[in-house]
Design a protein. Structure first.
Length: 117
């Protein structure tokens, strides 16, 4: 599966952005999907995941502010980001795996999100 993320940009603190990740292939609905981010000089960080059957997972750092969703008809996964903070500034990457795989093996190019204070 090939992934293409979009929707990044510059936003003020407290604002919102919605990221999209378009996937190729006819079996998108069978993949678990996730978003990760990496800020300059920092480790890659898990942001959100949605399983093939709709289960969602978030770390405490974004819980209540970010919402992951998917539209299988459009082969797209979304990340709605609200109440953005300067510390959310990072390159955001979407990733995919099959339910039987332990790690995410398919990655798209990042989309940059910059939150100004």
């Amino acid at each position: 599966v090939q992934l293409q993320a979009s929707g990044g940009g510059l936003v003020q603190a407290g604002g919102s952005l919605r990221l999209s990740c378009a996937a190729s292939g006819r079996t998108f609905s069978s993949y678990d999907m996730a978003w990760f981010r990496q800020a300059p000089g920092k480790e890659r960080e898990f942001v959100a995941a949605i399983s093939w059957n709709g289960g969602t997972y978030y770390p405490d750092s974004v819980k209540g502010r970010f919402l992951i969703s998917r539209d299988n008809a459009k082969n797209t996964v979304y990340l709605q980001m609200n109440s953005l903070k300067p510390e959310d500034t990072a390159a955001y990457y979407c990733a995919a795996k099959t339910p039987t795989e332990a790690g995410y093996g398919y990655w798209g190019r990042g989309t940059l999100v910059t939150v100004s204070s």
